[in-house]
Design a protein around this ligand. Sequence first.
Ligand code: SF4
Ligand code: SF4
Length: 375
Amino acid sequence: MFFHVILTTDCNLQCRYCFGETMDDFDEDFGEFELDYSLPRKAEYPVEMLAEFCGKDADCVVTFYGGEPLLAADTMKQVMDTVKPKHFMIQTNGLLLDQLEPEYVNRFHTILVSIDGEEALTDYYRGKGTFRKVVDNLKLIKRNGFGGELIARVTVMEQTDIYKQIRWLLDNDEFKFTSVHWQLNAGFWGNDYARRDFKKWSEENYIPGVEKLARFWVDQMETQSTVLRLYPLLGIASSLLLDKEPSLLRCGGGWINYAIQTDGYIIPCPTMWGMKKYYLGHIAETNPVSLGKVFVNDAPCTECDILGVCGGRCLYANITKRWSNEAYAEVCNTVKGLVTTVEMELPRIKRLIRDGKVSLSDFEYLRYNGCEIIP
Ligand code: SF4
Ligand code: SF4
């Protein structure tokens, strides 16, 4: 099992698509969900309790999460000194990576760092100076010997030209990423849809951009014998090439991927903190391998042609329904565009595998590593 350990709910940034939207959503209420607003700001259960919990699962993977988890670096280090999972990972905004000693940084199997593309765009979404600090820190951890996977975690919305920004992350003079995942800011907040033009942007910019990116991705296989780790494309191609069974929810939320709140209660996904109705038990008294499957698909996914590849709608979005059905249908349209795009490229990919340019194993990756695959 994979566990997002929420070390703190504090964050040292105020990004537009997160903090900014929270401000705009103040009047939204979660009525039926009975939110617990009194959660401690920092993890307050004994580290030994987490060690015992994780020790019951031979496949336990711990991903540090927040807020910004590096704001609780002392607790993080205690956990890394005490808990013995199969892997440690972290999802971070990267601003404090220089504060964590290399002996800890270099133990991460994977670091997912938030960066949205080139400097102007990243700073527009995440605040002035963010890009420079993050890039400097990434150069530093590389110099200090970090050899795990470093994934650029890109949040995408209307100001983003997906093709341009992902290409930039792969090839620029600042820091070249070899792994990129992107996530749409869509369907998470209540008040944003009305003032945005998601439909126009997704149809005229995003989907055509993804198509162009997929062609570039396969061109790279052909000319460079490289399968770039562009996770939404990689994950879907991997399923189409390797999987025999239909996929469940791609992020693993609520069936193989869970989160642990600062008070030690287990929830299906980190975004569901405080939603008491979905608490799955406390780490003090729960066996991780017997955690129940919370995630179940219902309409419209159950009637959707691509359910087996898509895996179904984000659990949080499905439960909270912050957008209307029509608005969610526009998000599904982007998923269909993405899946169709990869399917169209599949004959070419299969030919390149047959010709030995790339191999099937190039499409394998550690599943549920924090990349949701479906943006
Ligand atoms: S594309 Fe939409 S409707 Fe279809 S399975 Fe995915 S989330 Fe469900
Ligand atoms: S896709 Fe939805 S359910 Fe999955 S991790 Fe993200 S917010 Fe949670």
